[in-house]
Every structure is written in structure tokens, then in C-alpha cells.
Write a protein that binds this ligand. Structure first.
Ligand code: SDX
Length: 432
């Protein structure tokens, strides 16, 4: 369906702009010719109404609370799928047949080890360094070890770098955790699947056999699936922008990790659990709700609200269910933080402020409770988010690199600074 064009009138001049429809969701107005035709830029600092690219990977309908990966609903992928087939789907656009999945798993599995010298990187960090700081450094350093897969013009090297990143992120994350707690690194085990291998590398010790709990491994796998990709979020946009300059994929993923760390983005799961701890008891909830509504108080309910979802984040519902499963499996009857979270959600969803502003729990609201129950410290929560999101970053980076129309991203600005003025010699200057 060709929606044709739309006309923008400005200063007596008409600018005819093409309108493109998507498979689903909002159409886009192509403003590529706007500056040439009107001498004006568009202005949308938070990109609230701006599509930065075409993509066939993930679709979100924020009003309806819908999330699809290549057309498949997240609820079905989380219920019936495993993380590796979601990785395959995001990278290649289709669910793998058995032989394709087995080959993909074999290739990934045989990239899970890191260069032995990388372990020396960790000794340069303080033990109490935030694991996300370690991840930024070590992942960025991968390009110093894998020169044979940094030429992004070579499809084979792009594929190898992609496999290396997806496969090595869990290993590096587990190493960051082990280093943080002063325990020896545990090597990957090729007979374990992605999630079980990660749990093993994090929680096994050389002194005894670590038994994988299948319920916990399945919960870990579901958490990875829920965090795998999410359209053009801040960290994915960071990876795309870094990649648009031709930077190697290791450097681009390190940039994505840095952006994800922010508490408004992937850091919200750590912040949400810390917030529940700060609330401390259900009786204190009204005070924190009042603070969240107070314009003069910077406090926000972490794990609530979303740029796109103006309905319940579909991932949050699955995370809540997973939290109950994990706590049940571990025999944790009354987790005070879960009680506070459930009561907070109930109150917030009936409060006019949250209803009017369409603030619902997002994926980060319940993930922290689950991850804490699995045994991770809060400082590792965003690291786990990064482990899962690496496949989404890579899939989006791959889509951008393979786009024949791709060019370097270079936004413009609305200039509000000083007009041209002459240089003032030091003796003539007056401190301002
Ligand atoms: C993720 O983009 C993605 O897809 C991200 C993500 C992914 O998978 O990649 O989904 C992962 O980052 C989830 C979001 C995690 N962040 C948080 O939980 C932090 C708390 N949430 C807020 O900081 C906020 O909701 C954002 C950052 C998530 C979204 O912010 P927006 O879209 O810029 O909205 P806004 O800040 O302009 O808020 C709109 C209004 C404001 O009030 P007014 O200025 O209009 O009066 O709602 C208020 C805000 O003050 N508001 C909140 C609130 N979130 C927004 N008030 C209290 N508590 C909150 N959590």
C-alpha cells in the first residue's frame, strides 16, 4: 500500500515528503530531503518520534504491550523456545531446523573459551570494581586479541566475530563475577547448554561437583530470551551508530555495554532491587510513591515506565512468573522484596499519577528478584542483561552493515550558542 507523500509548508515553500509504510506499526515520513528543500532540520532530542533505520528484527507495539521477534511473540518464544534458537532467529530471520540449530550450537560452543592471556586483564582491576566497568574494558580489549575477525567488509570475518562475541560474553561475565568474589575462573563445559554453562562458570568451584538445577537453568534461559533484543533502544542505537563508522564489532559491543549500564536503561534492574531494599517494608510504600510523584524529588520508581510501552511490558509478566517459579524451587516462601514489589505494583497500578502517565512495570522490575534468588549480587544484574542483549546488538549491527544504503550516522543540532565574536586578549578579559 503506497501511502505516497505528505506536504510540509514552511516559509511559503512547500516540501513534498515521501511516506513509507511498515509491515506493521507507524508509517514513516522520509525527511532525508527536508534540509535541502527547506534549510531546516527536524528536532527530536530523545528520538521520541524518530525512526533511525529500517529493521525486520523486532517489532514493539507499546500501546498494546506486544513484542515480536521476526514475527514470533515473546510469550511463545519464552515458553517454548530456547536461547540458542532465539539467537539464530534474530541473526537469520527464521527459526532453525534441527540440523541448522545443531550446527549453530556446535559453532557457538567452540568459541566459548577466551584467549588465555585475557585472564591477566582481570588482575589489573580492583576486586571491588563494578563488574560492568570490567565488562566495558575486557570486551573492548577483545579487538586486541582477535585481529583475524575485525575486517567488517569480509562477511566471513563478520560471522566469526559475531559467534565469538555471543559465545564469549557469558565466559567473560562469569570471569568478571569470579574475579569480583575472589574465586578461580571456571572454564566453559562443551556438554552444557548456554544457560547451564553460564550458571556452571559462575557458581561451580574446583573443589566439588556443581549440580545444575534444571528449573534454575530454564529460568536463566528464559531471562536471556526476554532480554535478547528490543528494537532501537538506547544501547542498540549506540551499537548501530558506532558500527556506522566502520568500527570493529568488539568495539561496538563495548560501546553498547557502556550505554546499557545507565540506570535509565539496563542499569534499572540493579537500581530496582536496590530501591526495593531501600523501601524495606510495605508500610513505607506510600512515602516512596509520593516521592516518585514529586517533581522536586529526583526519585523515580525504578523498573517502572518505558519510552515505548504505555501498557504492561510483556516481558515483565513473564519475569514475574519466573520469579515465583525460582523462589518456589528454592523453597523461599516469603521473600520480603517480592512482597514489596507485588504490593508496590498493586498500589502504583491503581494510582491516578501512574495511570495517567501510563507507567507500568517493565522488564527490570521483577528481574532483580529472580537474579538475586539465583545467587547473583545486584552488581551483576546489568552484566547478565548485557550477556543476553549481545545477540540483539549483533543482529542489529549485522542488519545495518548488510544494508547497501548504510552510511555513517551524523545527526545535526539546533545551535543555541554565541554568535561570531572576536578573540579577546588575556589582559582585556573580565572573569564572568
Ligand atoms: C529498559 O528502550 C528500551 O526498549 C529499553 C529496554 C530494553 O529492553 O532495551 O526496555 C530496557 O531500559 C527498560 C526501562 C528501565 N528504566 C527504568 O525502569 C528507570 C525508571 N524509568 C524512567 O526513568 C523512565 O520511565 C524511562 C527512562 C524508562 C522512560 O523515560 P521517558 O520515555 O523519557 O519518559 P519520561 O522520563 O519523559 O517520563 C514521562 C513522565 C514524566 O513526567 P512529566 O515530566 O511528563 O510530568 O512520567 C514520569 C516522568 O517524570 N515518569 C516516572 C517514571 N518514569 C517516568 N515517574 C516516576 N517513576 C518512574 N519510573
Amino acid at each position: 500500500m503506497d501511502l505516497g507523500t505528505t506536504v510540509l509548508e514552511m516559509g511559503g515553500r512547500q516540501c513534498i515528503l515521501d511516506v513509507h509504510p511498515g509491515t506493521m506499526g507507524p508509517h514513516v515520513i522520509d525527511i532525508g530531503k527536508l534540509f535541502d528543500q527547506t534549510g531546516a532540520f527536524t528536532y527530536d532530542p530523545g528520538f521520541t518520534s524518530t525512526a533511525s533505520c529500517k529493521s525486520a528484527i523486532t517489532f514493539i507495539d507499546g500501546d498494546a504491550g506486544i513484542l515480536l521477534h521476526c514475527g514470533y511473540p515473546i510469550e511463545q518464544l519464552a515458553e517454548h523456545g530456547d536461547f540458542l534458537e532465539v539467537c539464530y532467529l534474530l541473526l537469520y530471520g527464521e527459526l532453525p531446523a534441527r540440523a541448522q540449530r545443531d550446527n549453530f550450537e556446535y559453532r557457538l560452543t567452540h568459541h566459548t573459551m577466551v584467549h588465555e592471556q585475557m585472564s591477566r586483564f582481570f588482575t589489573g582491576f580492583r576486586r571491588d570494581a563494578h563488574p560492568m566497568a570490567v565488562m566495558c574494558g575486557v570486551v573492548g580489549a577483545l579487538s586486541a586479541f582477535y585481529h583475524d575477525s575485525t575486517d567488517i567488509s569480509d562477511p566471513y570475518q563478520r560471522m566469526v566475530a559475531s559467534m565469538r562475541l555471543i559465545a564469549k560474553m557469558p565466559t567473560i561475565a562469569a570471569m568478571a563475577y569470579k574475579y569480583h568474589i575472589g574465586q578461580p575462573f571456571i572454564y566453559p563445559k562443551n556438554e552444557l547448554n548456554f544457560a547451564a554453562n553460564f550458571l556452571h562458570m559462575c557458581f561451580a568451584v574446583p573443589c566439588e561437583e556443581y549440580k545444575i538445577n534444571p528449573v534454575l537453568a530454564r529460568a536463566m534461559e528464559r531471562i536471556f530470551i526476554l532480554h535478547a533484543d528490543h528494537e532501537q533502544n538506547a544501547s542498540t542505537s549506540t551499537v548501530r551508530l558506532a558500527g556506522s563508522s566502520g568500527a570493529n564489532p568488539f568495539a561496538c559491543i563495548a560501546a553498547g555495554i557502556a550505554c546499557l549500564w545507565g540506570p535509565a536503561h539496563g542499569g534499572a534492574n540493579e537500581a530496582a532491587l536496590n530501591m526495593l531494599g531501600e523501601i524495606g517494608h510495605v508500610d513505607n510504600i506510600p512515602e516512596f510513591i509520593a516521592r516518585a510523584k514529586d517533581k522536586n524529588d529526583p526519585f523515580r520508581l525504578m523498573g517502572f515506565g518505558h519510552r515505548v510501552y504505555k501498557n504492561y511490558d510483556p516481558r515483565a509478566k513473564i519475569m514475574q512468573k519466573t520469579a515465583h517459579e525460582v523462589l518456589g524451587e528454592l523453597g523461599i516462601k516469603d521473600d520480603p522484596l517480592l512482597d514489596i514489589a507485588m504490593e508496590l505494583e498493586k498500589i502504583a497500578l491503581t494510582d491516578s499519577y501512574f495511570i495517567e502517565k501510563k507507567l507500568y512495570p517493565n522488564v527490570d522490575f521483577y528481574s532483580g528478584i529472580t537474579l538475586k534468588a539465583l545467587g547473583f549480587p545486584t552488581t551483576m544484574f546489568t552484566v547478565l542483561f548485557a550477556v543476553a542483549r549481545t545477540v540483539g546488538w549483533i543482529a542489529q549491527w549485522k542488519e545495518m552493515i548488510e544494508d547497501p544504503h548504510q552510511k555513517i550516522g551524523r545527526p545535526r543540532q539546533l545551535y543555541t550558542g554565541a554568535r561570531r565574536r572576536e578573540y579577546v586578549a588575556m589582559p582585556d578579559r573580565v572573569a564572568t
